[in-house]
Design a protein around this ligand. Structure first.
Ligand code: MP5
Length: 208
């Protein structure tokens, strides 16, 4: 049986839990997160999303035509998301022309280096990165204002459906891929889980 996306989660439950649960998110739910912590996350995540957009665009260049609809939908949502981040930063008087912190830089470099991998590996990575936020922002439960808007961006029903479509597409290519793909896919999945955990921790330290 070829590996499937869901196997990656069931084979690595602890790593995935660390990727998707963090005091940062619990404190957004209760409203006790400190402004410098939240603002650090906001600015660094904007920098992350710029590189994630490039990853999405690159994925289109190697994807089969049948996968375009979902990926182009994702790119269109990223256009809105980048503008939304700018608006959120403006209303908080945050400077987006900030240097990426080390964790953000490592994550961005990892995404660029993924271009050397096969489409199967990149499709799984793309799904895992989206799923991480889809779950992380939902797991704490309803968040107080103003964090509810952030939770809804990644936790809403349409986004959840989009992540399921990404999973289906990734599973499709995994079913057809050669045996060397499996260890690489597991390695990439674990690296993403680790980087997600580190990203929450970076924000929690809050030194912009
Ligand atoms: C996402 C994100 C989700 N914004 N930041 C990190 C660190 N991981 C995943 O990506 P998107 O483009 O915001 O849906």
């Amino acid at each position: 049986m070829p590996i499937k996306c869901s196997d990656l989660i069931s084979d690595n439950p602890v790593a995935w839990e660390y990727a998707t649960k963090h005091p940062f998110l619990d404190e957004c739910r209760s409203g006790t997160i400190k402004p410098n912590q939240f603002n650090t996350w906001l600015v660094q995540d904007y920098l992350f999303v710029i590189e994630f957009t490039r990853m999405a665009a690159h994925l289109v260049t190697i994807a089969p035509l049948e996968h375009f609809d979902v990926l182009l939908g994702g790119l269109s949502a990223l256009k809105d998301e980048l503008n939304w981040f700018r608006e959120k930063a403006r209303s908080r008087s945050l400077n987006l022309a900030t240097a990426p912190q080390e964790t953000c830089e490592l994550y961005c470099r990892f995404m660029t280096e993924l271009r050397e991998d096969t489409y199967a590996v990149q499709a799984v990575a793309f799904w895992a990165i989206e799923l991480a936020y889809n779950q992380a922002w939902q797991l704490p439960g309803p968040m107080v204002q103003p964090y509810d808007e952030f939770a809804d961006r990644w936790g809403n029903v349409e986004f959840t459906e989009y992540v399921k479509l990404l999973e289906m597409q990734a599973n499709e290519v995994l079913a057809d891929s050669d045996p060397e793909t499996e260890p690489r896919v597991s390695e990439v999945f674990l690296r993403i889980a680790d980087l997600e955990k580190d990203f929450w921790q970076m924000a929690y330290w809050g030194d912009n």
